[in-house]
Write a protein that binds this ligand. Sequence first.
Ligand code: ADP
Length: 483
Amino acid sequence: MKVAYVTTELKPFVKEGGLADVSASLPMALRKIGVDVFILLPYYKRIARTGFSLIERYPIYESVVETGEGVKPFSVFKGKLPDSDIEVFFFMNREFFGRSGIYTNPLNGIGYEDNDRRFGFFSKCVVNFLLYFAECDFIHCNDYQTSMIPAFISFSGRKIPTMLTIHNLGYQGIFEKPIMDFLKIHTSLYYPMSPFEYYGKVNFLKVGILFSRVITTVSKTYAREILKDDELGCGLRDILLTREKDFYGIINGVDYSVWNPEKDAFIPYNYSIKNLSGKYKNKEVLLKEFGFENPDLKKPLISMIGRLVDQKGFDLVLKVLPLLRERGVYFIILGTGLKKYHREFKDLEREFRDFFKIRLIFDEKLAHLIEAGSDMFLMPSLYEPCGLNQMYSLRYGTVPIVRNTGGLADTVEEFNIETGMGTGFLFDRYTTQDFLSSIERALFVYGKKKMWKKLMVNGMLKDFSWENSAKKYLELYLKYGNK
Ligand code: ADP
């Protein structure tokens, strides 16, 4: 089984979000269970500059694709995913990828105007490469950026099976109609309700959903939610429903070679279930790092890491935060995102500086220290396709308090005081009251030292390694592959 894994982010070459981690970890896990997988990625200027060595300095393949603006060239360079024997094929075209950003212009934070042409072009190049140069038995696409590939494969008449994984239905790639001309998709295919038409525009993700042989998303509960709930379905619910029998939820895994308190190179004190003392030392380092001079280590430390966007529930946090003052806690946040949140949290920091601090940066090392040094971790997301931080928290003995949605619901179990079972605290309704009450349940258990330790250990014993999920992907490749 040879799988072409097509993505637009890949750790360690280029990372914007969780997709970069998944794109490295899943192929590695697939490789371990015997799947021959290679990765295809645009050769962004940022990668070319990092000096990652390519296997060969010259392109291994050069070709052109036809567009509505004439014939455009591309070259493919061969590299390797570090610490593996997985080949990575980088697709180079200066016009579309020879710029400093990935999806957005770093100078103004606005998405590039020609993202439709950039990723549509990339998709055409990938199809050309897979048809004429690198054979494969399955094409695995990710998100809207690679969603046109299944349609192009279908036009080619070749019956190579395709999978589309949706990492977040909130990002669909909705563009104006002229992209059809650029991609040379015949206008006869564009009519009301056709796969290419979406309220007078073109929706890449819709195309992918309709042309892929199989579709997945990144947790079972999120899969159910987007089929059931209009709001979470983000305008594609009906389209997804037409593909319900070929639609699956597979939870993302954790890379425990990176996220493991016993070996984590980013934290000052390693620790394990057998000896948790390092965790408390990390707590002190963390509190001081955030500017709490003489911290009271008995007080619980609550933390959050994430993109400061509405999806992550920061409006609820803004409301709950002032109510925590009387509860004798420390509260820290690490994140960047919408300017409104930057402003409002900075205001709160001034008002509540005795217990609340925020860092408005992206800092991977600090993220590890926060996971290691905190007592509780909040994820009150409005929706959450999978979420990674709650799984990291569990392994680090940091108790997650999460909304009962998507991947959060699939990975955290409510702690039961009577049985001592469970790994965290969940709340259902997206309200200040429900959120606060879940924090209060956590604070209550925190006050009972033995019970709290049991809760921490329950979480640390959970195993969300990639192996299980990789097996599920393999099952689907086999089920939907050409026999
Ligand atoms: P999403 O992909 O929706 O952003 P996830 O929880 O799936 O959310 O993954 C986010 C990843 O990015 C996690 O690994 C998290 O630790 C990391 N991250 C987010 N914001 C920051 C930040 N400001 N500094 C360091 N790491 C961050």
